[in-house]
Ligand binder design. Structure first.
Ligand code: ADP
Ligand code: MG
Length: 245
């Protein structure tokens, strides 16, 4: 499990039409081992925040510390379920779901302890079964629908058992029944291995049912305006109605 401390984070993108400040003066502290849902308007910098925390985006100013260190996917176990699923197009599902583990082990060869997860493992089989991936294991990402790719990305993060889990609208492309089953699977996996989790969603009911705390962001560039402890959906709705209009 991990603690997260962000102070004065600024992320700016330069493009043809000038500069966009995706995050400005952004600060946040996350305690060890809780699930934080994040709700913010589109464009408020939620995905950018996850890319910084996962160590993929290194071009920022300010302080970002995971257990006191800068994000470093080679030496920290950080699970990311990106909004665009993040699958490698040239790898089959069967290889994609073990990918972060492979990358991590390659770089952490000197301190690898414990067995490598494999298809035979009960917990891997359970994840494949619940996410209904059995028939898809030999396909490539371009042969999958958006919802199927999202299920592969979820399987990958659940198999990895990371210390910090970052999920970017992970159930948004799933049909209602699969979303419900996937939420339950996430909760079961999480309960067995509680891990500090940042969970981005547009769905208020999902945010309050999954998150122990709910963070509300202001419109772009997003700032944390509220950290709510086990709020009800209507409390969140009222705050958003005041804040985003
Ligand atoms: P959210 O996930 O909350 O919808 P994002 O983090 O994706 O927001 O984006 C925040 C802002 O940064 C938006 O204005 C977006 O257009 C801009 N942005 C994000 N990624 C890039 C990029 N790679 N290049 C240029 N602008 C970007
Ligand atoms: Mg986003």
């Amino acid at each position: 499990m991990s603690t997260v401390r962000i102070e004065n984070l600024h992320v700016t993108f330069s493009g043809k039409n000038g500069k966009t400040e995706a995050l400005k003066n952004f600060s946040l502290e996350l305690a060890d081992g809780d699930i934080y849902s994040v709700i913010g308007p589109s464009g408020s910098g939620k995905s950018t925040l996850l890319y910084v925390l996962s160590g993929i985006r290194t071009n920022y100013t300010g302080e970002v510390l995971i257990d006191g260190k800068r994000p470093d996917p080679k030496h920290q176990s950080i699970g990311l379920v990106p909004q665009n699923y993040g699958l490698l197009p040239w790898k089959r599902v069967k290889e994609n779901i073990f990918l972060p583990e492979r990358i991590k082990r390659k770089h952490a060869a000197t301190n690898s302890s414990g067995a490598k997860p494999s298809f035979g493992d009960t917990h891997v089989q359970e994840i494949i079964r619940t996410l209904d991936l059995g028939e898809l294991l030999h396909r490539y990402p371009h042969e999958l629908s958006g919802g199927q790719q999202q299920r592969v990305a979820l399987a990958r993060s659940f198999i990895q058992k990371p210390d910090l889990l970052l999920m970017d609208e992970p159930f948004s492309a799933l049909d209602a029944l699969t979303a419900e089953r996937s939420r339950k699977l996430f909760f079961d996996v999480w309960t067995k291995n509680p891990v500090t989790t940042l969970f981005i969603t547009h769905n208020i009911d999902e945010a309050v049912s999954i998150g122990k705390r709910v963070l509300l962001l202001s419109p772009s560039p997003g700032q944390v305006t509220h950290i709510l402890d086990a709020p009800t959906a209507s409390e969140v709705r009222n705050l958003i109605a005041d804040q985003w209009t």
